[in-house]
Design a protein around this ligand. Structure first.
Ligand SMILES: [Zn+2]
Length: 418
């Protein structure tokens, strides 16, 4: 996990704690308990974590739990994007309404304030795309925070988060949590090449950060929750008439503009997993019988170094031209875009993760060294409504259209790869 690499792992703290506990037992047997001297924060003999010496004055109304450190990345908007998640849990028998989230720099300067509506929009429960307005008794939800900065140098080392809730029965009617810190990682997003053959009007569908489909795809696996798809992109393509379906049959995979385009390796690496043998699904709806093991369809996972892995998913059966253990180079063909696995329209799902499992890992941002943008699909709603039709999709120009280098294509960008 990124967290484990960047802050002292809790496991290590536990080991230190165990050693400390052993020493304390020896001390206790021979000399009696060590005196409390004051001034120092004692460490627990159970877990090695600090224990404050102050007396509790109030019960916590809302537990706020940071997940992973945020890894900054420069997006095609020319901004540095810092996106992270906080777990919120109502610890009371009351119904609480989150009314404000304040994000502060270590200096105390306010970086961003989410009002009640923005907080509800940023708050979701597993597998839900919509906002959460209230947390009932013991209910939990995840808050997805995305901040944008003009340059990397002004991004704080960590971000303090304070959440205010109101509720009938709360003393005073409201409560605000203490600041909960999310570390900002020093990890530098890897520089990759394109994952598709040269071409124009590729759509970076459901890319970072406001579209919920990938960004909020928390998955519980092996007794832990993961967010492997945090920075995933579903690459589709418009034809010259702005249609994702270039032919006349939206139920036929081969009629989609993107279908059959060459998937190429975005980086040098070693193939660690290949899945084949799955048919193209009928576009228009997700298949009803997909298991997690087959969700990525015909797919390739590549170890790209630095502890990172790239996933290329949903390719055509029989098109994959690499095998497990094979060393491959950037630009090498891996297969052809198809519609296999858990998919409702032909596309290439691409993401980078901190482990070899496409689901039981954490998503990591990356940048592409060179691409051009020529506008953006106007909204996720329009994309979803028209993706499986022969009608044109609405496109608008962006002020940042043009050449981009070492940036991440953002949600609904129209991208040309050289
Ligand atoms: Zn996807």
């Amino acid at each position: 996990m990124i967290l484990a690499r960047l802050v002292p792992p809790r496991r290590r703290a536990a080991v230190v704690g165990a050693v400390a506990a052993a020493l304390m037992l020896v001390t206790a047997c021979t000399q009696g308990p060590a005196p409390v001297t004051g001034g120092e924060t004692p460490l627990s003999p159970l877990d090695g974590e600090p224990r404050t010496t102050t007396t509790a004055t109030a019960l916590t109304t809302l537990l706020v739990t940071p997940r992973e450190p945020a890894v900054p990345v420069v997006g095609s908007s020319d901004q540095v994007i810092v996106t992270y998640e906080l777990g919120l849990q109502n610890t009371t028998p009351l119904t609480l309404t989150p009314t404000e989230v304040q994000v502060l720099a270590p200096s105390g300067a306010v970086v961003q304030t989410l009002d009640q509506a923005a907080t509800a929009a940023a708050l979701a429960q597993p597998a839900a795309r919509g906002g959460v307005h209230q947390l009932t008794n013991a209910q939990s939800a995840t808050l997805y925070v995305t901040l944008r900065f003009p340059t990397r140098s002004v991004v704080p080392e960590h971000l303090d988060n304070r959440v205010t809730v109101s509720g009938e029965g709360l003393p005073g009617g409201t409560a605000t949590t203490g600041p909960v810190a999310v570390p900002v990682s020093s990890l530098v997003a890897p520089v990759l090449g394109p994952p598709l053959e040269p071409g124009s009007r590729y759509i970076a569908a459901d890319s970072c950060c406001d579209s919920p489909r990938h960004r909020r795809a928390l998955l519980p696996i092996e007794n832990r929750v993961w967010l492997a798809q945090r920075f995933a992109v579903d690459w589709e393509q418009l034809d010259s008439n702005n249609r994702t379906v270039a032919g006349d049959d939206a139920a036929n995979p081969a009629d989609y503009t993107i279908y059959g385009k060459k998937v190429i390796s975005a980086a040098d690496g070693v193939v660690v997993h290949v899945m084949t043998g799955l048919p193209d699904e009928r576009p228009g709806a997700l298949p009803s019988d997909t298991s997690p093991a087959k969700a990525d369809g015909n797919s390739v996972i590549v170890n790209i170094g630095m502890g990172l892995y790239a996933l290329y998913a949903h390719m055509q059966d029989g098109s994959i031209t690499v095998r497990e253990g094979q060393r491959i180079t950037r630009g090498q063909q891996l297969g052809l875009v198809g519609n296999s696995g858990n998919t409702s329209a032909p596309h290439l799902h691409f993401h980078v993760m901190d482990g070899p499992s496409p689901m039981a890992s954490e998503g990591v941002p990356y940048v592409i060294d060179f691409f051009t943008t020529t506008g953006q699909i106007t909204s996720t709603e329009a994309f979803d409504r028209l993706e499986n039709t022969t009608q044109p999709l609405p496109v608008r120009p962006l002020p940042t259209d043009g050449r981009h280098s070492d940036q991440m294509p953002l949600d609904r960008d129209l991208v040309t790869f050289p």
